[in-house]
Design a protein around this ligand. Structure first.
Ligand SMILES: Cc1ncc(COP(=O)(O)O)c(C=O)c1O
Length: 412
């Protein structure tokens, strides 16, 4: 027998073990000031590349005014209770209607949070006879949703269609034996590396195999497709995606999420999803704000166009400067370098303290040992100056890294 609190005190987990040294700087850093391309970190202005404010809506003055007016009208509480019991309003239904039309689906249902929402949708869709097949690169919320499933699950190598087909064949065989069905899950855009899920290839497999397809398009919604409606439209297969999920926490610069599809599937989710049935409804203040943001992006693609001007300048500039940005085909821009975790930490400190660049850093075990990933999220509110300054700073720190200036020498 162990005392649980004693155990956790002795092992704070993979990140928690660094809390004393890293908290406030690398982990839980506090960015201050208006959400924008430039914010303050430890009292100094930095160019920020780590917030998913793709379309620049998060701090747009008109949007803030709209949010403030909804807050005045409704406060944070309204409506009270779960939607099923007492927390439903015409505004919630209106947003669902306009969202479904924007993403070219027949119906949509709102979710309080992206993370819990998709987890819960996966949980409610699957019976123990069903088999789930998902991409190894899927976000933690999908993995957690799959964990709730009491039946069989198979993971395929990231974006590897041969691996998917193999797993699918096994899944279909087992589902046949158990009298269940198969659900395949991919992301529209994988948020770390920026590569789109192979939605078209997965949909092509539907001609050969029988399964339903759920796409989490957190990073594609608002940024991809001619109208900004996401990765399914970008790849010309939105009709073949059975369930389309996206969050308001990225391109829309808010909080909340939705899932869209055919009426019967959406109705089933609406009436069976535990995280929504047994939780308070999304506040009207948020619902109204999301509706107005949606109408803004439906009316004009200018924000998305500006975003892509910036994405193209950043990605082509980095490539010209000799950087490896992997195989991104979205706004998410990874920059890969070689070095140890320690070198990565010192390099990021140099970038923040001496070049005024704030970006996220990803190291082993999320990516292979010896690799460093600096992740840039361009937005519509970045300027060409931000981009050019950042590329120059990256070139400077890369030279230092290659000259082993970030290597720690241990002196006794
Ligand atoms: C792919 C993906 N799905 C879901 C989520 C969760 O969304 P939310 O932040 O709205 O809970 C995220 C958030 O990072 C994400 O990247």
């Amino acid at each position: 027998m162990v005392d649980i609190f004693e155990r956790i005190e002795n092992n704070m987990g993979p990140l928690g073990q660094y809390a004393d040294e890293a908290e406030g700087y690398y982990i839980f850093p506090e960015l201050e000031g208006e959400l924008s391309n430039r914010m303050k970190f430890h009292g100094k202005e930095v160019i920020v590349w780590s917030i998913n404010n793709y379309l620049g809506l998060a701090n747009d003055s008109k949007v803030r005014e709209i949010d403030a007016n909804f807050a005045l009208r409704y406060g944070t509480a309204y409506p009270m209770g779960s939607r099923m019991m007492s927390g439903n309003t015409a505004l919630h239904s209106q947003l669902e209607q306009e969202l479904s039309s924007f993403v070219h689906k027949k119906e949509a249902v709102l979710l309080n949070f992206g993370y819990q929402g998709i987890m819960s949708a996966i949980d409610c869709l699957l019976s123990r006879r069903d088999v789930v097949v998902y991409d190894a690169g899927c976000h933690a919320c999908i993995v957690d949703g799959v964990r709730l499933h009491s039946g069989k699950r198979f993971v395929y190598k990231h974006n590897d269609m041969e691996s998917l087909e193999k797993q699918l064949q096994t899944a279909i065989e087992i589902a046949g034996e158990y009298g269940g069905g198969v659900l395949v899950i991919s992301e529209g855009v994988f948020g770390m590396r920026g590569d789109q899920g192979k939605l078209k290839e997965i949909c092509d497999l539907k001609k050969k195999y029988s399964f339903r397809f759920l796409v989490d398009d957190a990073h594609g919604f608002g940024t991809l497709g001619h109208d900004g409606s996401g990765a399914g439209v970008e790849q010309g297969v939105q009709n073949e995606i059975d369930l389309y999920f996206a969050t308001f926490a990225k391109a829309l610069g808010s909080i909340g999420a939705f899932i869209a599809g055919d009426p019967s599937a959406v109705k089933f989710i609406k009436y069976n999803m535990r995280s929504q049935i047994f939780a308070k409804s999304l506040p009207s203040m948020i619902v109204g704000g999301a509706l107005e943001r949606l109408r803004m992006i439906v009316k004009s693609t200018s924000r998305k166009d500006k975003l892509w001007e910036n994405v193209n300048r950043l990605q082509s500039g980095l490539k010209e400067a000799g950087f490896d940005i992997g195989n991104t085909n979205s706004c998410v821009t990874p920059v890969y370098m070689h070095g140890s975790v320690q070198e990565a930490m010192i390099m990021v400190k140099d970038l923040r303290d001496n070049y005024a660049i704030f970006c996220s850093i990803v190291v082993y075990p999320v990516i292979p040992k010896g690799m460093i990933l600096l992740r840039l999220i361009p937005t519509a509110v970045h300027t060409f100056d931000d981009i050019d300054t950042t590329i120059k700073a990256f070139s400077a720190v890369k030279s230092k890294l290659e000259n082993e200036e970030y290597k720690v020498t241990i002196t006794s």
